[in-house]
Design a binder for this molecule. Structure first.
Ligand SMILES: [Zn+2]
Length: 439
């Protein structure tokens, strides 16, 4: 009996051992499966949608950036045209990185203009490679750009117009130092824009017109404007405590508490002014791409101009010069609370409180041209409303930074207040704006 028991024990031990091996094998298999899954999903690098989208157009020369979900060690980019495969870019990175930049020059790689297949291989290590198959358009021909006409003689603070023609151009902009202006499409490759001649420029001002096509190829041309210099009136204004308590503190509200009269004045004249100019500039960039205005602008009826454009104001407090400003529009004075007509037809893009300008209406006349009506006591229009030239938009007043009842009338060209005098003159508009538009 003892012997039989021994046999049974051995058999059971062997079975137990087989089960253990079997279990280990299953665990091992599951582990390998999960590990493989990890390698092929989370383990491989993902390239951002945006980076892949950028590759859908390849101009003559362009820098691309690949953004990856994890560090990349190697990148290869192939193009396939007419059954032939060509390497566009390939590199092993000395330092693994999540962002890889490279320049593509399709002509040097032997690519032809037209559609091509792209194969992008990115690798983060052994077994951690991913391949993307993409479609791209190779376009190495820069858009053609011709300047058709522009305003020849301009004055400091004035406006000028420019018309250009492009072939294959999708976007046309005008650059002047740090400023960028829009040109609006007229159809058939023609573009037109109205541009401010800023007060801080010299006698010859250079602008660069740039056309870019969908692929990103660029062409540019320079124009040099002859700018008539203008001497602007300079005023010395004394700031008294009574003015500050009557106008400045009520304007500042809570913001004025704890400020001395001088600090309060500077807060409005400098901080608020700069902020409001920025707000106007932002609004001025969103203009309708068509002409909504009709002929010259209307001056406030039965009014006198009592402050002109470009006037420099030096402010004195207790005999010391403390601040400065530039008057960027016309001040029209008439009867108190006189009805204010829309200077021209257009779309109301702003109706409300605008800091130093008080209750303000801004009307978009299209193609980057807008008019501004400040210090109103009453606003009768709403944003989004279309108004006709001469239609009443409110009443004059003294809201904002104003002493007496008057209308501040501004002409905005791409968000910059230019000299309204030109826009009140039908002859000037005909010779300098319409002549260019119709050229
Ligand atoms: Zn004014």
């Amino acid at each position: 009996m003892k012997y039989r028991y021994g046999l049974e024990e051995k058999k059971e031990r062997r079975l137990w051992f087989v089960r253990l091996v079997r279990r280990l094998a299953i665990f091992g298999l599951v582990f390998i499966m999960f590990y493989t899954l990890f390698l092929y999903t989370g383990g491989r690098p993902h390239i951002s949608e945006e980076s892949l989208k950028a590759l859908s157009f390849i101009p003559l020369e362009k820098t691309y950036q690949l953004e990856s979900s994890k560090d990349i060690k190697e990148v290869r980019l192939y193009a396939e045209q007419e059954g032939q495969r060509k390497e566009l870019y390939g590199a092993k990175l000395p330092e693994p990185s999540r962002v890889v930049s490279f320049v593509l020059k399709p002509r040097e790689a032997g690519l032809k203009d037209g559609v091509t297949k792209l194969f992008l291989e990115v690798s983060s290590g052994p077994l951690l490679k991913r391949t993307y198959e993409l479609q791209a358009t190779v376009d190495t021909v820069p858009p053609r750009l011709n300047i058709i006409a522009y305003t020849q003689y301009t004055q400091l603070g004035g406006s000028f117009a420019i018309k250009v023609k492009t072939e294959d151009g999708a976007l046309v902009s005008l650059f002047h130092g740090e400023h960028v202006y829009s040109l609006y499409p007229l159809g058939d490759g023609y573009y037109f824009g109205i541009v401010p001649v800023r007060l801080d420029g010299g006698e010859i001002q250079s602008f660069r017109v740039e056309a870019s096509d969908t692929a990103g190829n660029k062409s540019s041309q320079n124009i040099h404007l002859k700018v008539k210099q203008v001497r602007f009136k300079e005023d010395h204004i004394s700031i008294g405590d009574s003015f500050v308590s009557k106008v400045i503190y009520p304007l500042l509200g809570k913001e004025g508490s704890g400020l001395t009269p001088l600090e309060a004045f500077k807060r409005v004249n400098e901080v608020w002014r700069a902020r409001d100019i920025r707000r106007i500039e932002e609004m001025g960039k969103k203009s309708e791409p068509k002409v909504l205005w009709d002929g010259a602008f209307l001056q406030l009826p039965n009014s006198k101009v009592f402050a002109g454009y470009g006037e420099i104001r030096h402010y004195f407090y207790e005999g010391q010069k403390v601040s400065e400003s530039r008057h960027m529009g016309f001040d029209f004075a008439s009867l108190e609370r006189t009805p204010v007509p829309a200077g021209n037809s257009g779309l109301v893009v702003f109706a409300g409180d605008l800091g130093i300008y008080g209750n303000t209406v801004i009307i978009d006349h299209g193609m980057g041209l807008m008019s501004l009506y400040g210090h109103l006591s009453e606003i009768r229009v709403k944003e989004g409303q279309f108004v006709k030239k001469g239609e009443s938009i409110g009443r004059s007043g003294a809201t904002g930074l104003a002493l007496g009842d008057h209308l501040h009338f501004g002409i905005l060209v791409q968000g910059y207040e230019t000299n309204p005098i030109e826009w009140l003159d039908p002859k000037w508009i005909k010779n300098n704006i319409l002549a260019v538009l119709e050229a």
